[in-house]
Design a protein around this ligand. Structure first.
Ligand code: PMP
Length: 451
């Protein structure tokens, strides 16, 4: 293997990284990850850390999941690729669709449409939502509503419903007809409301107001993450998602649950929607569906929505959408093995227990370090620290300090993710109690280094 500095130079001159300024690869080269086992990753210098990012919220079962690796290898030998476009399919994807149908039956979701990842899943749900209304003769329902601070991937539709300016401004104009309401984010909100339940009610009222303002008959769907992830891990009050469901149903608006992060156990429930007792009309999944070992996703579709498509006799329900890799046999084999392992290991229970442990530990750190403005989590293995340079004014921390904190934490034994002023933790769901303590100790050292 080439030496680390040489590789970093090549990296900087020949590739651009997602979500990174191209010049950063020179100024601040990325760690070159060369290996991984269990919940740990190793870089080219031989430095080993607990991966508190879990790949990118996707490696729920860790890096050593042998049944998935075996399934991928075996499938490559038998059928490495064939399409599921009109006229052909494969046995792996048929089995997977059946498994997912059983898995998501409690969520009321009984059909699957396969994709190559999260952004594809979001795009699929947005498109099918518009088509649903057209089939039913409500062609005027074309608009989308979503939450500020929501993250829905990077395609033009997804970016249009995204609620974070960083992912929008340089790419405008985006899709017309997309409108955002305030998120139930207690630390900062336009209502200056810090009580989660009252804030949920205010946000629901904002949704009602926006629907009245736009006209219910112009809106196709509302899309939300059951717990906002990339926006900084924002768990709403328990009344929020059921409230959204009720408002959507009353107004003929479809509810799209973007569960690219939350499906398959991360919240401590099998899905984020189930966590809140809600049945969505569409559910977007990806990431943990293959434990990150193969790019793959699925949009799950509610029985009632599926019937509208399937009972159409006009031709309007023909699906003019799909990807070369929709239903990829190797991805489907990976997903089948992953689902079996996910169920066998009963990951939600551990996610809940370790999530509580991490959240408590982070609250202890907050007592020690005034840089920690807000601690969020306690709903499975997704936590965030929102950092401020001043507690009273809640001034967001500068990029340099949070970068130094991340580096010091990495040197002390844990890879954590920085997203704006937030440190985000989304480790594998198979994390042990002692692994969680390694993350907390490394963060403690990281804060001590920059405090
Ligand atoms: N939706 C949500 C909620 C996500 O968190 C993400 C990715 N972090 C996406 C969509 C996009 O997924 P992908 O990066 O696989 O396209």
């Amino acid at each position: 293997m080439k030496d680390s500095n040489f590789l970093k130079e090549m990296n900087a001159r020949s590739m651009w990284h997602p979500m990174t300024h191209p010049a950063d690869s020179h100024a601040n080269p990325p760690a070159i990850i060369t290996g991984a086992a269990g919940v740990r990753i190793t870089d080219i210098d031989g430095h080993e850390t607990v991966d508190a990012v879990g790949g990118l919220w996707n490696v729920n079962l860790g890096f050593s999941c042998q049944p998935i690796k075996d399934a991928i290898a075996a499938q490559l030998d038998v059928l490495p690729y064939y399409s599921t476009f009109r006229g052909t399919t494969n046995d792996q994807v048929i089995q997977l669709a059946e498994e997912l149908r059983t898995f998501f039956e409690p969520d009321g979701l009984t059909r699957a449409f396969f994709t190559s990842g999260g952004s594809d899943s979001v795009e699929t749900a947005l498109r099918l939502a518009r088509q649903y209304h057209k089939i039913r003769g409500e062609a005027g329902r074309t608009k989308f509503l979503s939450l500020k601070k929501g993250y829905h991937g990077t395609h033009m539709g997804g970016a249009s419903v995204n609620g974070n300016a960083n992912f929008r401004t340089q790419y405008e104009p985006l899709l017309p007809g997309c409108f955002h309401i305030p998120a139930p984010y207690t630390y900062r909100n336009p209502f200056k409301e810090s009580d989660p339940e009252r804030l949920a009610q205010l946000c629901l009222q904002a949704l009602e107001d926006e629907i009245a303002f736009q006209g219910a008959g112009t809106i196709a769907a509302f899309i939300m993450e059951p717990i906002l992830g990339a926006g900084g891990v924002i768990p709403p009050h328990a009344s929020f998602m059921p409230g959204v469901r009720e408002i959507c149903s009353r107004n003929g608006i479809l509810l799209i649950a973007d569960e690219v992060i939350t499906a398959f156990g991360r919240t401590g429930s099998w899905s984020g929607s189930r966590h809140w007792g809600v049945q969505p009309d569409f559910m977007c999944t990806a990431k943990a569906i293959t434990n990150g070992y193969f790019p793959f996703g699925a949009v799950m579709i509610a029985e009632g929505v599926a019937e509208v498509f399937e009972n159409d006799t006009t031709g309007k329900a023909a699906i003019g959408h799909g990807y070369t890799y929709s239903g990829h046999p190797v991805g489907a084999a990976a997903a089948l093995a992953c689902l079996e392992e996910t169920k066998r290991l009963n990951v939600p229970d551990n996610a809940a227990a370790r999530g509580t442990q991490l959240h408590q530990g982070l609250l202890e750190l907050q007592k020690k370090y005034s840089l920690i403005g807000d601690v969020r989590g306690g709903r499975g293995l997704m936590c965030a620290l929102e950092l401020v340079s001043d507690q009273a004014s809640k001034t967001p921390i500068d990029k340099k300090t949070i970068g130094a904190l991340q580096e010091a934490t990495y040197q002390a034994g844990a890879m954590v993710r920085v997203s704006g002023p937030n440190i985000i933790l989304s480790p594998p769901l198979v994390l042990t109690e002692s692994d969680a303590n390694v993350i907390l100790t490394a963060l403690d050292a990281g804060f001590a280094a920059v405090a």
